[in-house]
Write a protein that binds this ligand. Structure first.
Ligand SMILES: [Fe+2]
Ligand SMILES: [Fe+2]
Length: 204
């Protein structure tokens, strides 16, 4: 039987995060949850409020793990992580977070699992639900840069705002990786090309 997600689940996960994340990451997770809810309302995404809250809340649930522990999880959970490009270790917590959500929290909803798994690199064909979690992680007001947030909010207000805002996020992330001589996951480049096609499609 399909699981129903309740506000009590949200409280249970909040408590888990409070115990397991640094204070800053806990505050960031709450901020992401609140931001995601706001964006879901703004874009009228057909959503279950508790589902979007849980996806955003849990997106960084594996952020507290050491790199060794993350690698251990990746090896143990090849079924979930096999298609994930691991070019940059900073993205490991995303597929591992998906494993934790699935195996420790018994989350069976694919939308929640995918939103957690792809919140760092995005992917081709990402749903609006995934885009909202992806963006909320980058712009929540509690810990993220205010100027960047303002710029993304301006994009969100334009026509095709969700895609335009994602495109700007990809541009900034990829540019910053290039500037710092860091590897770029193939999935991010593919996601950038995909979102670019969604933004420019209106103009062609
Ligand atoms: Fe993250
Ligand atoms: Fe995050």
């Amino acid at each position: 039987m399909k699981r129903i997600y309740t506000s009590n689940d949200v409280e249970i996960y909040k408590n888990w995060l409070k115990k397991n994340l640094s204070e800053e990451k806990y505050i960031h997770s709450i901020g992401t949850m609140e931001q995601a809810l706001e964006l879901a309302k703004k874009f009228n995404v057909d959503y279950d409020e508790n589902k979007i809250k849980i996806a955003a809340l849990l997106h960084d649930c594996a952020k507290c793990f050491t790199v060794d522990k993350l690698k251990e999880h990746l090896e143990k959970n090849e079924d979930i992580c096999v298609d994930f490009d691991l070019a940059n270790y900073k993205t490991y917590h995303a597929p591992v977070g998906c494993c934790v959500a699935k195996k420790e929290f018994n989350i069976d909803d694919q939308e929640i699992l995918d939103a957690i798994k792809y919140h760092t690199v995005g992917r081709v064909g990402m749903s609006d639900f995934e885009k909202i979690v992806f963006l909320s992680d980058k712009i929540e007001p509690k810990t993220r840069n205010a100027d960047f947030r303002k710029m993304i909010l301006e994009e969100l207000d334009k026509e095709n705002g969700l895609n335009r805002a994602c495109l700007l996020c990809f541009k900034y992330t990829i540019k910053s990786l290039l500037d710092r001589n860091l590897p770029i996951c193939k999935e991010s480049i593919n996601a950038y090309n995909y979102i670019l096609s969604l933004v420019t499609a209106d103009k062609n």
